[in-house]
Design a protein around this ligand. Sequence first.
Ligand code: ATP
Length: 655
Amino acid sequence: MTWGGGMGGGGFGGAPGGFGRPAAPGLPFAGIPSELQSGVDRLVASEPEYAEPDITFEQNANEEELRRLTLWRLLTKYPGMLVLAGLLVVVISVAGQVGPKLTEYAINNGMTPPNHLDFGVVVAMAVAYLVFIGVTALAQRFQVQVTGRLAAWVMNDLRVKIFAHLQRLSLGFFTEEKAGVVMSRMTSDIENLQQLLQDGLSQLAIQALTMVVITGILFATDVRLAFITVVLIVPALVAASIWFKRASERGYDRVRDGIADVLSDLSESLHGVRIVTAHNRQRHNVIHHRNVVGDYRDANNYTAHVNALYGPGTQMLGIIAQAVMLAIGGNMVLHHQLSLGALVAFFLYLNRFFQPIQLLVQQYNTYQQGQASVTKLRSLCDTEPEVREARDAVELPPVEGAIRFEHVSFAYIEGRPVLEDVDLAMAPGDTVAFVGPTGAGKSTMAKLVTRFYDPTEGRVTFDGHDLRDVTMHSLRSQLGVVPQEPFLFAGTIGDNIAFARPDATDEELRDAVERVGLTDVIDRMPQGLDTVVHERGQTLSSGERQLIALARAFLAHPRVLVLDEATSNLDLQSETKIEAALDVLLENRTAILIAHRLSTAMRADRIAVVDEGRIIEVGSHDELVARGGRYAQMYETWVSQADAAGHVASGPATP
Ligand code: ATP
């Protein structure tokens, strides 16, 4: 693979071959000097190449995705690596425990006077000891490698799965759920799992298996002594462990919720930084954040307290058991009921018996945290989108653009209707402006047309097709939306305009820019269309953002357009420019204009006056003024205000 041609710009997939956007400001890219080419080729050859993503996005989750999220399901997707890790765990647990048995043999057959003094046996046992330690170390090395790789794959799958699920969820979920909480699911919860998968689970298995192996060896060495040990230790250990399990589960749940609250508080104050500063809320915010962080600290303190009781408590238990064993075992050696070698081996094993318990405690914490994270992630995955594509949804054929609201009612919250029995028919190519007081339900009607929500009663149709019967993709590919607050993504302005149609050609892109009157703005930018905008377009004025959003909608060539206050952030000059562009944009397209300004509404073919969730008047500007109803009142007020301000000329003065 040679890497010689133009470098594509950063961004998120603009037009292919796009604008020849350079990656960074500076001189034009003149190609790689020939003396460096071979080095670059080598570098590129050794870089990992990511194959085309094999992810297909479906609005409806498929069978595989509908299965509940469990650790086991995540792991068993990679059976080969899982089995290999299991085998290595067995090798580590068994080979690591041979040592004391070899010591016993060396004492009994090589160091016990008068008949068993044999240096050869001692050396042979020492060498065997070393070999087993070597095997254990090697197995550990491979196990870490295998579980690390397994963890990386599982994490990768999980991240993609959750992200895809979030893409599927409806607007309602993102309105109700705090962004910070969702972020913490994607960051700290997933990271917790990483720790568990990479190290925790294998260690848990090794320690548990080691305990089983040691128990077996203890019984094989001396049944009586082993029995006494078990009776002495196990009941106390089980009781302590049950208490610990319950207490730490409670604790880790609190910790998980705590960190989610901290992150969501943080993200809210970062997003609202302007309002916070403008309203002098910094002090209040610091106090609030201190309380949220304080709750998180208390949750962590609680888990530390639980750990502090359980860890040293079980250690204490071990020490008591050793003291008792010394007395009983010593007595048995004196009465020749037990060999000295066996007693030493017993002691060594007893020590090793408690070591895994200590480690188990630590690993159990990781396990608890991981489980708590799985539970939270599972409940996120179990959240159903409110607006679901029907399983038998059909492709919406290219529409003429007739829109109908048929006796539509809608409520965000059950029992509190926002729209009631709305009935409105729009012919193809019709432009209807929704006007009315704030909170009347204008934006809600637009959200039903874009199917961000489904009506509670009645139906919304495009060319007679109920929106609930068609696929989301085919519906939205024929819809253009310019929201009240246009959203720009990090990338170039060109990328942002081509967002809905990444395959648009340069000419189409330039045409869209020109038609919405964005040319002047682009010319002012340091690198024209290649100018990089920051996240959410914070470096642009709101008017500029709106023009870009209009160009984006224009480029998408939709049959139906929804413009929510699309001209509200513009100065008079830009507004005039946009209104001219809108005339071109709206030509032959069905459009819904949500307008606060009557000057915008007057451009529409018809005006629908919305009040308290109902359409109370529909007609052209002239008809409604002549009718002398609510619209006529609004118009009169507007004209008299404009007169008083002395610039009635800025809007059409005559009806
Ligand atoms: P504006 O002109 O101020 O944008 P609007 O006519 O577009 O107002 P809508 O945004 O449609 O009004 O809101 C209609 C009503 O629905 C309001 O009372 C609002 O409080 C309520 N509402 C809007 N979104 C939600 C939501 N996600 N959950 C609950 N209630 C909502």
